[in-house]
Design a protein around this ligand. Structure first.
Ligand SMILES: [Zn+2]
Length: 422
């Protein structure tokens, strides 16, 4: 199977469906980047997570309304990522639900393609590329790695409501609208994760601490360091519930205690493996470039369907661990004060025999399928002649070719948006 075929198959995790998990618990998968869960309680419903847009929230609510007309009494945010918090106004309607989140809840709203002021243009631009905003579906943007490729974007980021209740305890039993739930602080993909344990049904709603992909330990849109050890510790915590059903923030629920135990154990072991191998390599004096190139999952984990690199990627995780724990310096004193990119490019071009010779090598590399090498050569040429049409078009062609070599949706989307920008 080609990488593109594998990524297309992964879209099956996001096929649109309302999934009944218990007589009073339902999940909406495939309506938005993230899943929404509904717990039917006494005289009202509890909503866990609310999607990234008001339009997606409307679609989910309409589907839930075919099951019950009870009003939304309570909304729980598993964490502050925008794809979980931006449809709250739709679920609240004219009501006044309690909105529950962790005391560490801190929105990192990124206003992609909305009229709101951009909090950080670089982050917004990179987020647009990561999620393939503007790419054609399904030929270019296949999926998001974490969600379907064809979600609605109307009202993106527009329906957020701030929490009214912040949970300060590590774990607390709460009667929410007559349903006994345990709310548990479990830092993972974000430090503010609050997971929901429904003991009566054996259902664990775990936010983004698990989904069916190698974990997104580093997001290429740009993130602060995500504490890998804390995430692995939280997976141990999630294992302690012995859940029958694991209801993740992305991808379809996992059903059956053995399966749940298996996927959580694999996830934890994969994160711990990346940490251990990276630390060992750094201790040997190796740097992020070498370690990103060589670290892989052990054979016992490498083929697991829930650890394929559709969303997170091992090499990026290795680099982010190095940067997150040691900062930008790779330990090689050559790199303490490098030549400027322009100086380096000029000297390399001269060494290669001039611009025409280097371009010729880049073109041959592209034609023989060595697209990454071609890109690295072209970047030198573009460094000294940024507007050169030949260089730019060849770079765009190489980026498109690299996209088809990727199973990682965020890399694919990033390559294709960058090519379109050229
Ligand atoms: Zn998410």
């Amino acid at each position: 199977m080609t990488p593109l075929e594998r990524l297309r198959n992964h879209s099956n995790e996001f096929r649109k469906e309302i999934i009944g998990l218990a007589s009073n618990v339902y999940g909406a998968v495939g309506f938005a980047a993230s899943n929404v869960y509904m717990i039917i309680a006494d005289g009202g419903v509890i909503i866990v997570d609310t999607t990234e847009s008001t339009k997606a929230a409307e679609n989910v609510l309409a589907a839930f309304r075919k099951i019950t007309a009870l009003p939304v009494r309570s909304i729980i945010y598993t964490h502050s990522h925008r794809d979980h918090i931006s449809g709250a106004e739709i679920f609240a309607g004219s009501g006044d639900p309690e909105i529950i989140a962790s005391h560490r809840f801190a929105s990192d709203l990124v206003a992609v393609d909305s009229k709101k002021p951009l909090p950080n243009k670089a982050l917004a631009d990179r987020t647009r590329r990561q999620f393939g905003i503007g790419l054609a579906f399904p030929d270019e943007r296949v999926n998001l790695g974490c969600g379907p490729g064809d979600r609605p974007l109307e009202g993106l980021g527009a329906g957020f409501m701030p929490p009214t209740t912040r949970v300060h305890e590590d774990r607390i039993n709460r009667n929410v609208c007559g349903v006994e739930l345990e709310l548990v602080h479990a830092p993972g993909e974000t430090p503010d994760h609050l997971v929901v344990w429904d003991d009566g049904n054996g259902i664990l709603i775990c936010g983004d601490n698990f989904y069916k992909s190698f974990p997104n330990l580093y997001a290429i849109r740009g993130t602060r360091y995500r504490d890998y050890d804390a995430w692995a510790d939280s997976l141990d915590l999630l294992l302690s519930f012995d859940a029958e059903i694991l209801a993740p923030g992305h991808s379809r629920p996992v059903v059956g205690a053995d399966k749940v135990r298996g996927v959580l154990t694999d996830y934890r072991d994969a994160i711990r493996h990346v940490v251990a191998e990276t630390v060992a390599g750094l201790d040997r004096g190796e740097g992020p470039d070498e370690l990103a190139d060589k670290i892989a999952l052990p054979a016992s984990l490498a083929d697991k369907p829930h650890l394929q690199e559709f969303y997170g990627k091992i090499s990026w995780s290795v680099r982010a661990y190095c940067a997150g724990t040691l900062g930008w310096f790779d330990g090689n004193p050559t790199n303490l004060d490098r030549l400027s990119p322009r100086q380096e490019a000029g000297r390399m071009i001269a060494l290669a025999g001039g611009e025409a010779a280097l371009f010729d090598t880049a073109l041959t590399a592209h034609r023989t399928g060595d697209h990454q090498w071609s890109l690295e050569l072209l970047d030198r040429l573009l460094c000294v002649d940024a507007e050169n049409t030949e260089y730019r078009l060849l770079k765009a062609a190489c980026l498109r070719a690299r996209a088809d070599e990727e199973i990682n949706a965020t890399a694919r989307n990033y390559y294709l948006v960058a090519a379109a920008e050229i």
